[in-house]
Design a protein around this ligand. Structure first.
Ligand code: ADP
Ligand code: MG
Ligand code: ZN
Length: 481
């Protein structure tokens, strides 16, 4: 029998706010444990929450970037559960009246098919503290760090619209790209500011009803998410094939080393949490004008940018995708283009080629690098004017990248100016021909490949500075005399 897979994701994203969501403590990653805490985020009785406006703004921003409706009226609820890293024994979240509802995100799946993935909701909530387990059994102990307690968090819930583990991964990468773009979050999976629970079910192909879902937790890389889903897809398929479909919804963990999911607990239900409106917080009423202001201030989104690059600059979909995918890269590309009158494709090639290579090597982002758009634009103009060769340009580029100097400075300092002086080159060419009678004879006997060797010799002699077009022309002229 054939089976179909259904996947829905719940993504938690830490917002880029200065302060926590309901108190004034600093929201900072990597500080000494328990240094950014106060009675509020330590859950002391009597401390009252005060909502951080910036967190609301960023949640709305995420909602608009994902084409959600922003609710003019929403509410905060308490979700009760006990865990040592949750000092109040409840989490402030939004249950039945979330801030954003009904969005969508378009992806292209591995089959090249465009798919619209609907977003059910995005709500605002607070982060829990962090537990560090050490040792096991009676000798084991746990340490608690409340710096994370109360950080501003959003939860993005998709409809069950994804149909394969690969689609789920593509969706998440796209979501990360867009949230970084609008500067809602830095979305660092390795630091936990972008986390995902993946729900999956499998049913016989053609059946109208979805199978029973499994919720996969603690997946901390894109690779783990895809691998865990693929494993679970197989496991559920085998259960169906054996005539023993799962009897209950489960929360399952992922064992990275064994490459298997494992049973953690039956899935808790909403009723287990005893949700009720938080009496310490008034309902959240959002003015239409504020939403419109945030909408106006949104940058051009990656999708729009890519379409424009293809239309305006004639770039391929792949190039447009690479350049438009990161905001800093796009800004660097566009800034260079404003200063350089030549082809957009030339700029694109340098940005995606040498620049990307060096950034990757040094683990820097475009904005962190010393190389500025002015310098690249100036260098490209020097190539166009024949002042430096394309080959020398690579050396110049690397030097600009590491020193931040202008191309002209580097060319002058290192004497890299291209030799385009015809009489100077002609003398060099004659010298080379005299030194290599073999290849000269070969060429004259019709083995035209020998020309490449001779060009190479001239370039070597001039340390790459000879104008290659001119060298070619002069060599031919001499050889055909
Ligand atoms: P809960 O908190 O109980 O997990 P949520 O509403 O937060 O509930 O999330 C439910 C998630 O499960 C959504 O992403 C939804 O798309 C997904 N989902 C619901 N039913 C199925 C199903 N049968 N198979 C796969 N995913 C499902
Ligand atoms: Mg869930
Ligand atoms: Zn605090």
């Amino acid at each position: 029998m054939n089976y179909e897979t259904v996947i829905g994701l719940e993504v938690h994203v830490e917002l880029k706010t200065e302060a926590k969501v309901f108190c004034g403590c600093a929201a900072r990653f990597g500080s000494e444990p328990n240094t950014h805490v106060c009675p509020g985020c330590l859950g002391m009785p009597g401390a009252l929450p005060v909502l951080n406006k910036k967190a609301v703004e960023l949640c709305i921003k995420a909602g608009l970037a994902l084409q959600c409706r922003i609710a003019p009226f929403s509410r905060f609820d308490r979700k009760q559960y006990f865990y040592p890293d949750l000092p109040q024994a409840y989490q402030i979240t939004q249950d039945d009246l979330p801030l954003c509802t009904g969005g969508k995100l378009k992806i292209v799946n591995p089959g090249g098919e465009e798919r619209i993935i609907r977003i059910n909701r995005i709500h605002l909530e607070e982060e829990a503290g962090r537990t560090y387990h050490s040792g096991i059994g009676a000798t084991g102990y746990s340490l608690l760090d409340f710096n994370r307690s109360g950080l501003a968090l959003i939860e993005i819930v998709t409809e069950p619209d994804l149909r394969s583990p690969a689609e789920a991964r593509i969706f998440l990468e796209k979501l990360q790209e867009i949230l970084r773009y609008v500067e809602v979050s830095d979305c660092k999976m390795e630091e936990g500011s972008f986390r995902c629970d993946a729900n999956i079910s499998v049913h016989p192909a053609g059946s109208q009803e979805f199978g029973r879902r499994m919720e996969l937790k603690n997946l901390n890389s894109f690779k783990a998410i895809q691998a865990a889903l693929a494993y679970e897809e197989n496991r559920l398929g085998s259960l169906l094939a054996a005539g023993t479909p799962p009897v209950q919804e489960e929360s399952r963990g992922w064992d990275e080393t064994r490459g298997m999911t494992f049973f953690m607990r039956p899935k808790e239900k909403a009723s287990d949490y005893r949700y009720f409106p938080d009496p310490d917080l008034p309902p959240l009423v959002i003015a239409e004008e504020w939403v419109e202001k945030i909408r106006e201030d949104l940058p051009e989104l990656p999708e729009e940018k890519k379409n424009r690059y293809m239309k305006e600059y004639g770039l391929s979909a792949q190039d447009a995708d690479l350049l438009g995918g990161s905001r800093e890269t796009a800004e660097f590309f566009e800034a260079t283009l404003r200063l350089y009158p030549g082809e957009a494709k030339t700029v694109a090639n340098w940005v995606m080629g040498e620049f990307a290579r060096l950034l990757n090597l040094e683990k820097l982002t475009p904005a962190q690098s010393k190389l500025k758009p002015e310098a690249l634009a100036a260098m490209l103009q020097m190539i166009d004017a024949g002042e430096i060769s394309g080959k020398i340009a690579k050396t110049v580029f690397e030097e600009m990248f590491y020193s931040g100097k202008s191309p002209r400075e580097i060319v002058e300092e290192k004497g890299l100016v291209q030799i385009s002086d015809e009489s100077q080159l002609a003398a060099l060419v004659r010298g080379i021909l005299a030194k290599h009678p073999g290849p000269v004879a070969d060429y004259r006997a019709g083995k035209t490949k020998a020309l490449g060797f001779l060009v190479g010799q001239v370039m070597k002699e001039t340390k790459g500075k000879a104008n290659p077009g001119l060298v070619n022309k002069l060599l031919r002229e001499e050889l055909e005399k």
